[in-house]
Design a protein around this ligand. Structure first.
Ligand SMILES: NC(=O)c1ccc[n+]([C@@H]2O[C@H](COP(=O)([O-])OP(=O)(O)OC[C@H]3O[C@@H](n4cnc5c(N)ncnc54)[C@H](OP(=O)(O)O)[C@@H]3O)[C@@H](O)[C@H]2O)c1
Length: 284
């Protein structure tokens, strides 16, 4: 009987060790990316990359605030698809400075803190220089810079005030390969994302003494609703051939990188710009 109980105990021990070892090898997400009760605000999360990021944060325990501007119906769908119940939806036009401040204030009032801000909201407008009027040109520039750069700058300011008070926080900005490779038909977009990169790096330096860290992800084409017409249209084959992987990124791949940067142990990566472009555009 004694021999039997020893065998059972040893067997259970070996099973437990094997389980821990396999988990270690697989890098168990629950251990590496634990966002339990962290408060995460994701802008432009009604669809696309924002929605995928919201899902992954919720999957790993975060309380997610889904921000949207015009797409309430899709924002509701994002919330319905999240694991857990303590999430919220907030509307704001980030080109409006008061609404941008109100968005952050609402989060802090309702959730008590802000652990991570993902600046994902952006606009993209075609305005090829040889084809548009001067009015169209100026409108595209104004709108793009107001949204992608100034709107994001204002959100960073407001979020940073809270994060400085907390002496903790992470800001992850979603940029684009276009900042480096050029956007011949949407130069304002390329410029806005290049500006976003520079702003993020300056603020990484300014905020590090406050224990607040700033990161950038720069995707190439990602298979989202917004670019479906292009990725799945006549240009689709040329687009997938830009990468030796012969495909574009999946929203989940961008989301996973955002979660990694927001996770513990990445403080020293502050100021980094992570390319997510399947080696379609290499820079060093
Ligand atoms: N998809 C790609 O191929 C790709 C490639 C490189 C970089 N990116 C970047 O990845 C991010 C997400 O892209 P996505 O493809 O998922 O695009 P998306 O579906 O268009 O998501 C962006 C969201 O931004 C929000 N937004 C736009 N203007 C706003 C404003 N004035 N105020 C508040 N919110 C505003 C929109 O919200 P509403 O819908 O609620 O109005 C929209 O849902 C963007 O920063 C984009 O530049 C995407």
């Amino acid at each position: 009987m004694e021999g039997f109980s020893f065998t059972v105990t040893a067997g259970a021990g070996i099973l437990m060790l094997a389980f821990l070892y396999v988990n270690e090898l697989r890098g168990s997400p629950s251990r590496i990316m634990n966002f339990k009760d962290k408060v995460v605000l994701i802008t432009g999360a009604a669809q696309g990359i924002g929605r995928a990021t919201a899902r992954q944060f919720a999957e790993h325990g975060a309380r997610v605030i889904i921000h949207y501007n015009s797409n309430r119906e899709q924002a509701e769908k994002t919330r319905a698809s999240l694991k857990g119940g303590s999430h919220a939806i907030i509307q704001a036009d980030i080109t409006n400075a008061d609404q941008a401040r109100g968005l952050v204030e609402d989060v802090v009032r309702d959730f008590g803190r802000l652990d991570a801000l993902v600046n994902n909201a952006a606009t993209f407008k075609l305005h090829p220089i040889a084809a548009v009027s001067y009015d169209e040109w100026r409108e595209a520039w104004q709108d793009t810079i107001n949204t992608n750069l100034i709107g994001t700058a204002n959100l960073m300011f407001c979020a940073a005030q809270q994060m400085i008070r907390q002496r903790a926080g992470k800001i992850i900005n979603v940029s684009s390969r276009g900042a480096f490779r050029g956007e011949p038909d949407a130069p304002a977009y390329g410029a806005s994302k290049a500006g976003l990169n520079a702003m993020s790096q300056s603020l990484a330096q300014a905020l590090a003494p406050h224990n607040v860290f700033v990161y950038v992800v720069a995707p190439g084409f990602v298979d989202t609703e917004r670019v479906a017409w292009k990725v799945h249209g006549p240009d689709g084959e040329a687009i997938i051939n830009q990468s030796p992987l012969k495909r574009v990124a999946r929203p989940d791949e961008v989301a996973r990188t955002v979660l990694f940067l927001a996770s513990e142990g990445t403080d020293f990566l502050t100021g980094c710009i992570v390319d997510i472009n399947g080696a379609s555009y290499l820079r060093s």
